[in-house]
Structures are given as C-alpha cells and as structure tokens.
Design a protein around this ligand. Structure first.
Ligand code: ACO
Length: 431
C-alpha cells in the first residue's frame, strides 16, 4: 500500500513539471499552483471556481457545519444546546468573544447593548425621507450605511476599543432601525427603546406598542423570537458573510460593510426563501393538492421552496428546532392554517425517491416563515428579522478577518474571454 503523506503531486503535462503541494486541514494553497507555468506565456496556473463552490477563502474559528451529518456548532457548542439553554445576548457574546461570558461579563454586555439602542434624531429624519411604502429591508440597508456618517470614529478599525464600541452600537441600533422601518411603512409614530426589556422584547415594543404606557411582550413570543435570532446568528461563509469579509477587506468601517452584507441578504436566494415558502403553501392550498404539486416539482416545473441546501445534505438542524418551537408559538397565536400543508408536504417529500436520492431535506426557511406570519410580522419584515440575528455573525467574521495576518484586500482573478488587441476606430470611420 502507498505511504500516506499529507501532500498531493501534480504533473503539468504542458511542461512535464511536477509540483508537490502540501495538504493542510484538507486544503491545498491555490497560490502554489501558480508555480506551474505555461511554457508559452509564463502564466501561472489558476483555479477556476465560479460561485466559490470548492474554495476556502479563510480560516475561521467561529462556526462549524458538517452538512452530511446535519451538525451546526457556534464556537464548538452544538446549536441544539444553545437553542435549549442559552439566549441571543449570550450567544452574541460567545460568537464575538469566543467564550461564554461569566455572570458579570454577561450583565455588562447586556447593559452596553441596551444603552446603545437609541438612534440620533437625524437618523430618524433620514428614515422619514423614504416613501410611505418603502420596503423595510431597503430602509434598513440604507440606514445602516448612513450610520457611518454619524460615527466617524468607526474608521479606526485597528483600534480594539473603537471596534468594540462600533459592534455594540450596531447590535443595539439594529432593533431600533428595524422597528422604525416597520413603523414607517405602517405610517405609525416611532416608539423609543425601553431599557427594561430584553433585546427581542424591545424589538416587539418598537414595532407593536400603541397607546399603552408600558409595553409587555408575550413571553412565549419573545422567547421564540430570541431563539430565531440565535438560530440565524451565524452560518460560516454564506453569501452575505462572504460580502462582509470582502467589503471589510478594503478596510472600510463596519457600518458600511454591514450594509453591503445586509444588501446581499435581501436577495430571494438568500434571506427571502421563507417568504417564497409561504407563497408556495398558499398556492398549494389544500392537502389533497400536494401529490400533484410534488409531481410538478419532480417534472422540473418548479422547486419545493424551503428544501435543499448547498451544504446540508441532511436535515438542517435549525429546521428541526424551529419545527418544535412552532407548536409552542401556535398555542399562543392559534395554528397557522398553512402548517398542516407544510407537515404533510414534508412527510410525502421525504419518502419520495426524487428528494431522497438528491438528499433534499427541509432547511431553516421551511418553517420560519410560518412562525413569523403567526406572530403577526408582515412578509417584508422577514429578511429584516434575519439581518438582526446575522449582524452578530457578520461582525464576528469581520473582526476575525481584520485580525488574520494572512488576509489582504479580497481580489479574485479572472479568465479573460474578450477580444484580443485591436486599434481604436474613430467614430466617423465606423460602419
Ligand atoms: N426542489 C426541487 N429540486 C431541488 C431543490 C428543491 N428545493 N433543491 C435542489 N433540487 C435539485 C436540483 O434541481 C438538482 O437536481 P439535478 O441533480 O437533477 O439537476 C439537485 O437537487 C441538486 O441541487 P443544486 O441546485 O445543485 O443545489 P445547490 O446547492 O446549487 O442549491 C439551494 C441549493 C439554492 C438551496 C437549492 O436547494 C434551492 O433552490 N432550494 C430552494 C430555495 C431555498 O429553500 N433556499 C433557502 C436556502 S437556506 C438559506 O439560504 C437560509
């Protein structure tokens, strides 16, 4: 049997050159391939990987996913344990600082975030400028970028205390901007944050408080929303996180970088799938229509939204947790009539050869929209809720990127397929 070594040998048959590449943590360094030169042009060999399907762009100690086993861990802690025993503020500390906080640290952290929920009066005026029917996610993306003009010290990204302050500011203000973006779209006056409420409770307060002198969130709904923030807090190198790192690598401030990440999340292939699930369930309408619907999916006439994942080839662990919580929420709100269709759809799909063969299971979005809808959130708020939780992950990944001595400004290469050199033709001489 061949001796096992952590290296791979590549023979370039253009030149006969042989190159040994060390394998470290299951990867080879792409730049090493550049040592294999085209004998004609001297051009080093590139890797071609559209959509970065098989490229690790960083080393990260934040989130671990095993897609085949359906495992998700933040800083080594299984998501199931965090969902069961922790809460969003503690998970935010864990993701950002690397360890669970002590009692004193947690208290100080919660106080810091709570006391940074207020926004400048001019930020309110900025939000007022949007049309009455502006999408709340569009408002959130723009207002997050606008924060960089209010906190000029955010440019000091090499200064650890300044980085900490910006993280606290952004996490604190995210719920306020989200609440105001909703109130703006409803034509309602803005509600100030209430320092006595939890993070999730405060968002509910800023969205739903009417004339009552003190808003008291329903504890079941408050806990469910907090849990949804936990489940969405980070998911390693997804599209928006990749953008956070990429934009941040130009050494811009974290508010501008977060705005770019949130813009990526806004897209229907990323943060918008839960809305698509609701549309699909409504279209199916009744349980007896499910077999015909699945038949059309198998025939390639559409997708089963909320199913399938680039990384998970097993049940998404977050979907399992959400499914359980859905029942608790529905006890308070009344059952979402679409739930029965979703459950039956899942049952039949998981027995269908098409889905079994392709390892297509429910992902996080299959049940989250049902809960959000039952809690009274309009669908336009779904990506906003996702962004609130994910802001923590974006910031943790941003700082990890900044402190990684191997990282530089992100700048991929290309394979040029355009015209060869040709001479400029003056306008008059063009046919
Ligand atoms: N319904 C039906 N068929 C599907 C589905 C689906 N939801 N997802 C994948 N497939 C099929 C594909 O057509 C393909 O079939 P083929 O081999 O016969 O061509 C096979 O399964 C492999 O799928 P890919 O498209 O290669 O998987 P990819 O990793 O590119 O896509 C994605 C992953 C985008 C999530 C896809 O599964 C999908 O579109 N799902 C529905 C949308 C959705 O739920 N998105 C939310 C993702 S989670 C999140 O972003 C928070």
């Amino acid at each position: 049997m061949a001796e096992s070594r952590n290296e791979v040998t590549i023979v370039d048959h253009r030149s006969g050159q042989e190159q040994k590449l060390a394998i470290d943590k299951g990867a080879i360094r792409a730049v090493e391939l550049g040592k294999l030169k085209d004998p004609q042009t001297g051009q080093g060999l590139l890797t071609y990987d559209p959509a970065l399907l098989n490229t690790a762009a960083c080393k990260s100690a934040i989130t671990y996913i095993d897609g085949d086993q359906g495992i998700l861990m933040y800083r080594g802690y299984p998501i199931e344990q965090l969902a069961e025993q922790s809460h969003f503020m503690e998970v935010a500390y864990l993701l950002l600082e690397g360890e669970l906080p002590s009692q004193t640290q947690l208290q100080a952290w919660e106080n810091e975030v709570t006391y940074h929920t207020m926004i400048h009066e001019n930020v309110k005026k900025f939000m007022d400028g949007f049309l009455y029917d502006a999408h709340p996610m569009g408002i959130l993306v723009s207002t997050t970028a606008a924060l960089s003009t209010f906190y000029k010290d955010a440019k000091k990204i090499d200064d650890a205390p300044s980085r900490h302050l910006q993280k606290v500011r952004l996490i604190g203000k995210m719920i306020t901007m989200a609440g105001y973006s909703y109130r703006h779209s409803m034509g309602l006056h803005y509600i100030l944050p209430d320092n006595e409420l939890s993070y999730a409770g405060n968002l509910l307060n800023m969205m739903y408080r009417m004339a009552e002198p003190k808003y008291t969130p329903n504890p079941v709904l408050e806990k469910a929303l907090d849990l949804l923030f936990v489940l969405h807090a980070d998911h390693e190198q997804n599209a928006s996180t990749n953008v956070m790192r990429c934009v941040g690598s130009s050494r811009i401030d974290p508010f501008t970088a977060t705005s770019a990440a949130a813009a990526t999340l806004y897209g229907p292939l990323h943060g918008g799938a839960n809305e698509a699930v609701l549309v699909m369930l409504k279209e199916i309408g009744t349980k007896d229509k499910i077999p015909a619907f699945l038949k059309s999916v198998v025939a390639g006439e559409g997708k089963l939204m909320g199913f399938g994942h680039r990384v998970y080839k097993n049940y998404d662990p977050r979907a399992k947790i959400i499914k359980k919580v859905a029942h608790e929420v529905f006890q308070v709100t009344g059952k979402n009539p679409l739930l029965d269709i979703a459950l039956e759809l899942e049952r039949i799909a998981l027995e269908d050869e098409y889905f079994v063969k392709r390892k297509l299971y429910p992902n996080v979005d299959f049940y989250s929209g049902l809960i959000y809808q039952a809690m009274g959130f309009p669908v336009e708020m779904f990506p906003v809720l996702f962004a609130i939780g994910r802001t923590v992950g974006w910031l943790a990944q941003w700082e990890e990127m900044l402190l990684d001595p191997e990282q530089k400004i992100a700048r991929p290469r290309q394979i040029y397929t355009g015209a060869g050199k040709r001479d400029y033709v003056p306008l008059k001489k063009r046919g």
